[in-house]
Design a protein around this ligand. Structure first.
Ligand code: MIG
Length: 671
């Protein structure tokens, strides 16, 4: 049962789209505290056995207990353990243990979640403003609660099937020639590949919806050429619009008042990649329609997918910030030799980016109201992606396009997916990728993934191989790396046979992964689940954080430690270990419920098949378009006749419910 509590008069976020009855008064399950005038906090006791799930894209474990989190979309490329915020704000949590209770704080401003951080036995939620909606969700289990939640926020975005292929990115492939050479390297090494990303350097001076004539001459021809190679190009779109006379996007936005404003009504200015930019007012529906339609120029060139970046929005500096530093420097007292004085000096300059003061210095026009940005900050990236999603719906009502975003809020899950931003080539970020998947699913984000191999820092061969061995299970499977780091394409680490094997296995798994993904979308369920959801009575399974169920048939237990040749795994029931090398099973073993140690070399991928479940595999191919779902090998470990519902559609249109899309696969009882 979902109950809605309204506080003050919040801006409508449209995260929840199914009407929910509003209750007067306070939620009975929570203590309501007055932080200060007009500001409320909600708290409740955590019992020893309670696990707290949720928060989507957040640092920390699957169990969020013990930490402090702040929902405030942040462009912070250093995702260390103590961080409170990342790029998305997904204010859903579920208490699971002594009781089952879900809470969703629908609020575009900062919200703090103290989940047993200050007091290990107390959970406190503190919105930074008095205007918000709180939903409580009661149910028989966490999965039941999450299912109810997903029902009220609406169906998740569904990516086209080609977006399940392997995708290669880098900041940047700056010329058509460079893209061609990446593609031909992959083809030469027989490593499957479906898409190549265009980062900011494809544009003319970082201007949205332009393509550099010099570096990508005859762009539509080039897009066509790549399609013939089986490759889709996916360009980046940044939030900031370059201020430049004669640039149509700038001129139109200025003329129509579509940019965010300062309090005095002038267009707000921030420094980002193109230099001085304006931010489109994505919270204004007219501006949203205008910006969304701009994607058409690239769609008309044959582009079928986009990634929206810098939409927290990220700012490198503002003129106001620089003025402040300048005046600080002008008054700098050289006679004061204290360390604090020195630290203050360095903080001044390094604190220029993404200042909270700057987020409080510009405004949106929302349904006739002038709303200060920091009060709706977390909705910005969501609405940029919504702008694109709504335009696609109009331009191509029956075509699925690829769309995902860096910054997000619940509600955006209806328009696109997420990549989890600027991680690093660190083993700990491989672990973070693993742990984030179920939390993202809980909040409705099913098409997601991390930069495989890590964005920042220099990646090593062993890290990339182990990371890909996890990445082959995530819907978005993209290798991406930052400017200045070592090249990270799978062809850059000597012998590429191991990469070919792991990525080919991904393609063999697509019938299963795509089925499980589509069913999860259509039925408002999770694709990645903590073990606790499937085995609630199993006290050990309840606390396992480095193994996940992927769909109904398999469990994964990735090796996430440098130099490890194997690892221990807990089986909550009898399972069959399938060890793949070169996309073939090279070892298989039925293991009984309990703890086991297994080994897997760098070129091997372990998959645990659940008893009486079926795993369909197709033949590998170099692109998703070449996969044959009609010719499947059925892996099973069964003592009775079993079936599997395969979801298989054209992968491109929106005819999800066609009767022919579901096919029952059967394996007979063994003799
Ligand atoms: O300030 O476009 O997260 O994926 O490669 C960096 C360049 C801007 C941040 C994105 C990253 C992308 C990079 N962008």
């Amino acid at each position: 049962m979902v109950t809605r509590y309204l506080f003050g008069s919040p801006v409508e976020t449209e995260a929840v789209i199914t009407p929910v009855e509003t209750s007067q008064g306070f939620p009975p399950a929570l203590n309501v505290l007055q932080q200060k005038e007009g500001l409320l906090s909600f708290s409740c006791k955590l019992e020893e056995e309670d696990i707290v799930y949720g928060l989507g894209e957040a640092p920390g474990g699957i169990n969020k207990r013990g930490h402090l989190y702040e929902s405030f979309n942040s462009d912070d490329p250093c995702h260390t353990e103590e961080k409170k915020s990342l790029y998305g704000s997904h204010n859903l949590i579920v208490i699971d243990g002594s009781r089952h209770l879900g809470m969703f704080v629908d609020c575009g401003a900062s919200v703090t979640f103290d989940i047993g951080y200050t007091d290990p036995e107390v959970l406190t939620i503190s919105p930074s403003v008095g205007d918000f909606v709180l939903y409580t969700i009661e149910g028989s289990s966490s999965e039941d609660i999450l299912h109810q939640f997903r029902k009220i926020i609406g169906r998740s975005y569904m990516a086209p099937r080609w977006a399940f292929g392997f995708q290669q990115s880098r900041w940047s492939y700056a010329t058509a020639e460079e893209v061609r050479s990446v593609v031909s390297d992959y083809r030469e090494h027989h490593i499957p590949l479906d898409a190549v990303y265009l980062d900011i350097d494809y544009m003319e001076d970082y201007k949205d919806f332009t393509v550099s004539e010099e570096r990508f001459p005859e762009f539509d021809e080039f897009v066509r050429e790549m399609r013939q190679e089986g490759i889709r190009l996916v360009p980046i779109i940044d939030a900031g619009v370059k201020i430049e006379d004669g640039y149509d996007i700038f001129e139109e936005g200025k003329k129509n008042g579509y940019f965010c404003k300062r309090q005095d009504g002038t267009d707000f200015v921030a420094g980002v990649w193109p230099g001085r930019t304006h931010f489109p007012d994505f919270l204004n529906k007219d501006a949203r329609r205008w910006f969304g339609e701009k994607y058409k120029c690239l769609l008309d060139c044959g582009i079928e997918g986009f990634w929206n970046d810098m939409n927290e929005p990220a700012m490198f500096f503002t003129e106001e910030g620089i003025k402040k530093v300048k005046s600080y420097l002008a008054d700098f007292d050289f006679s004061d030799q204290s360390a604090n004085h020195y630290f203050e000096l360095t903080n001044q300059a390094s604190g220029l980016a993404n200042r909270r003061e700057d987020y409080a210095a510009f405004y949106h026009h929302i349904h006739g109201k002038f709303v200060r940005h920091d009060l709706v900050h977390n909705l910005y990236g969501y609405n940029m992606t919504r702008a694109a999603g709504e335009a696609f719906e109009k331009l191509y009502p029956d075509k699925r396009l690829l769309l995902f975003s860096r910054s997000s809020y619940i509600g955006m899950h209806r328009y696109g997916g997420i990549w989890t931003g600027d991680n690093q080539s660190w083993w700990s970020h491989l672990v973070l990728n693993l742990k984030m998947m179920p939390s993202l699913n809980m909040c409705g984000f099913l098409y997601c993934g991390a930069d495989l191999g890590g964005f920042g820092s220099h990646c090593t061969r062993d890290l990339l191989l182990r990371w890909l061995a996890l990445g082959i299970f995530t819907p978005l499977m993209r290798n991406h790396s930052a400017y200045g780091t070592r090249r990270q394409e799978c062809t850059c680490f000597g012998d590429s046979k191991a990469f070919e094997g792991i990525i080919s296995l991904r393609y063999r798994l697509i019938p299963y992964l795509y089925s499980e993904y589509m069913k999860a979308c259509l039925e408002d369920r999770l694709m990645f689940r903590p073990l606790a959801f499937q085995y609630p009575e199993d006290k050990i399974a309840r606390h396992i954080e480095d193994q996940l169920l992927v769909g109904e048939s398999i469990m994964i237990a990735p090796i996430v430690e440098q130099n490890a040749v194997g690892r221990t795994v807990y089986l909550p029931e009898d399972m069959k270990l399938l060890l793949f090398r070169d996309a073939q099973v090279v070892r298989e073993k039925i293991l009984s419920k309990g703890w086991h140690y297994f080994e897997a070399a760098l070129d091997e991928v372990p998959v645990f098949l659940r008893k009486n479940k079926l795993l369909p595999l197709c033949e590998p191919a170099e692109t998703t378009d070449a996969l044959d779902f009609g010719n499947l090998e059925l892996m099973s470990f069964n003592d009775r006749e079993i079936t599997y519902l395969l979801y298989d559609d054209d992968g491109l249109s929106k005819n999800y419910r066609m009767p022919g899309n579901q096919r029952l696969l059967t394996v007979k009882e063994p003799d």
